[in-house]
Design a protein around this ligand. Structure first.
Ligand code: MUC
Ligand code: MG
Length: 374
């Protein structure tokens, strides 16, 4: 039987406005740029993939423009002509031409897996061994920058039964102001909602020790990446000192990172993201290390749109254990979508579609409208 080959790979920049300003320790987002990958194969099947960053280069080492450049110039040429059904062999080729560029590789891997799922007429999760859950618990991030507005937002989402866990982005302001903000929100929501905080590496270890004591007393359920990702011994000291669980996010990208964290006891929970890991398969390896070490797992987001979020959803649905649920709310933060049927959120969960591959179809008109023209 003739092999199906990869014939072309296109990377398209898509700019979508957010529904409100999204304030994080390192940036304020008013829009999000999606790098959409369209991978066409010799049997006529097209696979879709997506990569995003947060605030251009503010979060990590890749930017949307850089991802497109890496794909157009180096990665796409290495894929063209390759066996479309052999994703691992294609990924090994990508690792030969590019040492890093995990976000770009993740988008390409998603597109290959989407195409293979469509070809075999099975959901992407089936290619990963199968989904053990069809609904993924999903939290919402409160990050308007205004306490009263955040409380209103949380109340309306609780009422709509869309989210009952809220993550607060802090680390931008003075610690006292952040602690007051979080405490007011937790007090207003009480036992009706779980509240977590993400500091995005903004504090020193000493500041973190003082702040976490206050946040723990205020009833916060989880502390995400309080100090710089490179300070694993510091994270370990904080994890030992407090009962409230500490989650590593920026500190964990690869299976080797997870192993270092496990050896040091530097976190109770690992935030997994397909972009940080370089794709779904590597995310699964990272998860396995954390799981084996007794850490709980959490399905993180790079604030992707529907394609990247659904790719993540298939991966997280296939993990045997996912103790802290997910934050795959990215599509809901964007004012519009470029897929025909957007992901469905209901009863505090994201539903996994059962169509082939990702289970999504591009809206060509929307794509044409939002794609970057220059
Ligand atoms: C991060 O660091 O976790 C996830 C949710 C959100 O609002 O920002 C992201 C990034
Ligand atoms: Mg985070």
């Amino acid at each position: 039987m003739d092999k199906v080959r990869i014939e072309s790979v296109e990377a398209v920049l898509v700019d979508l406005p957010t529904i409100r300003a999204h304030q994080l320790a390192m940036t304020v987002m008013q829009n999000q740029t999606l790098v959409i990958v369209r991978l066409r194969c010799s049997d006529g099947v097209e696979g879709l993939g997506e990569a995003t960053t947060i605030g251009g280069l503010a979060y990590g080492e890749e930017s949307p423009e850089g991802i497109k450049l890496a794909i157009d110039t180096y990665l796409a040429p290495a894929l063209i002509g390759q066996d479309a059904a052999n994703v691992r062999a294609a990924l090994a080729r990508l690792d030969k031409v590019a040492r890093g560029n995990r976000f770009a590789k993740s988008a390409l891997e998603t597109a290959m897996l989407d195409a293979q799922g469509k070809r075999l007429n099975v959901p992407l999760a089936t290619l990963l061994g199968g989904a053990v859950r069809a609904q993924l618990p999903v939290l919402w991030t409160l990050a308007s920058g205004d306490t009263a507005r955040d409380i209103e937002e949380a109340e309306s989402l609780l009422h709509a039964r869309r989210h009952n866990t809220f993550k607060l982005k802090i680390g931008r302001r003075e610690i006292a102001a952040d602690v007051a903000h979080v405490s007011r929100i937790k007090q207003a929501l009480g036992d009706r909602a779980r509240v977590t905080v993400d500091v995005n590496q903004a504090w020193s270890e000493a500041d973190a020790a003082g702040a976490i004591a206050q946040l723990e007393a205020a009833g916060v359920d989880l502390i995400e990446q309080p100090i710089p990702r490179t300070n694993l011994p510091g994270l370990a000291r904080l994890a030992a000192r407090f009962v409230v669980p500490i989650m590593a996010d920026e500190a964990v990208c690869t299976p080797e990172d997870a192993l270092d964290i496990a050896r040091l006891g530097a976190a109770d929970v690992l935030a997994l993201k397909i972009a940080k890991s370089g794709g779904l398969l590597e995310m699964g390896r990272t998860a396995a290390v954390g799981d084996a070490a007794g850490m709980a797992l959490y399905g993180g987001t790079m604030l992707e749109g529907s394609i990247g979020s659904m790719a993540s959803a298939h991966g997280f649905a296939a993990l045997p254990r996912l103790g802290w649920g997910t934050e795959l709310f990215g599509p809901l933060l964007l004012k519009d979508d470029i897929v025909v049927v957007p992901p469905r959120y209901r009863d505090f969960a994201l539903e996994l579609p059962d169509g082939p591959g990702l289970g999504l179809a591009l809206d060509e008109d929307k794509l044409a409208f939002y794609r970057r023209k220059v």
